[in-house]
Design a binder for this molecule. Structure first.
Ligand code: URA
Length: 214
C-alpha cells in the first residue's frame, strides 16, 4: 500500500478501488456513472486516508457488561474540496465522516503569468486544531494542489493530507518538494503528463467527466 521507498505516498491498491477506477477511466462511462464511481472510490480512499486518526475511549454499556469503547478523539476533521473537481471526492468522504467540517478553495490559472490565482476560500477558523484532508481527483503538474495547500497553511492548517484519484509522477515530485509534510493518497500513480498537462493514461478532464461539460 504505502510505497516502502516513499512514506509520503500511499497508493490504495485494493482490488475494489482498482476495478472501479478502470470503469471510471473508460471513456464509455456516462457522466452519472462517473460521479457514482468517484463517490464509491472516495469512500474506500477515505478509509485509508483516515486510518491513523487518534482514538480515545469512553465507558459504554453493551447489553452484557460495561466496556471502555474506542471513539475518535480530538476535534472533528476538515475536508477541503479544491474546486471544482474536488467536489467529486467530497461527497463520499462526507458519508464516511458525516460530522466533518467542510472548506473550499477555488483557484484559476492566470493565462499570462500562469500563477494560480485564488478566487474563493472558505475554511473553518480553527483549522490549525484539526486534521485537514484536501481533495482533488487529479494531481497532474501539482501547481494548483500546491497553491491550494499554500493557502491552507496560510489559514493555519498544520496537519494536512492530500487525497486524489490519479497522480502523475511530476505532480507527486512537485508536492513533495513544496510540502514534504503532506502525505499523498491516490488510487493510482500513472505514467506521465502529456504536452497539455493531462495525465496519461488518465481519465481525461475530471471536472468535465463529472459535470458533463466540455
Ligand atoms: N486535470 C484533469 O482533470 N485531468 C488531467 O488529466 C489533468 C488535470
Amino acid at each position: 500500500m504505502t510505497d516502502a521507498a516513499d512514506p509520503h505516498l500511499t497508493i490504495v491498491d485494493h482490488p475494489l478501488v482498482q476495478h472501479k477506477l478502470s470503469i471510471a477511466r473508460d471513456k464509455a462511462t456516462s457522466t452519472y456513472g462517473f460521479r457514482q464511481l468517484l463517490r464509491e472510490i472516495s469512500l474506500l480512499l477515505g478509509y485509508e486516508v483516515l486510518r491513523d486518526l487518534p482514538l480515545s475511549t469512553r465507558m459504554i454499556e453493551t447489553p452484557l457488561e460495561e466496556m471502555e469503547a474506542p471513539t475518535l478523539a480530538g476535534k472533528k476533521l476538515v475536508l477541503v474540496s479544491i474546486l471544482r473537481a474536488g467536489n467529486g471526492l467530497l461527497d463520499g468522504m462526507l458519508e464516511l465522516a458525516p460530522s466533518a467540517r467542510v472548506g473550499f478553495v477555488g483557484l484559476y490559472r492566470d493565462p499570462k503569468t500562469l500563477e494560480a490565482v485564488q478566487y474563493y476560500l472558505k475554511v473553518p477558523a480553527d483549522l490549525g486544531e484539526r486534521p485537514v484532508i484536501a481533495v482533488d481527483p487529479m494531481l497532474a503538474t501539482g501547481n494548483s494542489s500546491v497553491a491550494a495547500i499554500d493557502r491552507l497553511k496560510e489559514a493555519g492548517a498544520k496537519d494536512i493530507r492530500f487525497a486524489c484519484l490519479l497522480a502523475a509522477p511530476e505532480g507527486v515530485a512537485r508536492m513533495k518538494e513544496a510540502h514534504p509534510d503532506v502525505r499523498i493518497f491516490t488510487a493510482a500513480l500513472d505514467q506521465r503528463l502529456n504536452e497539455k498537462a493531462y495525465i496519461l493514461p488518465g481519465l481525461g478532464d475530471a471536472g468535465d467527466r463529472m459535470f458533463g461539460t466540455k
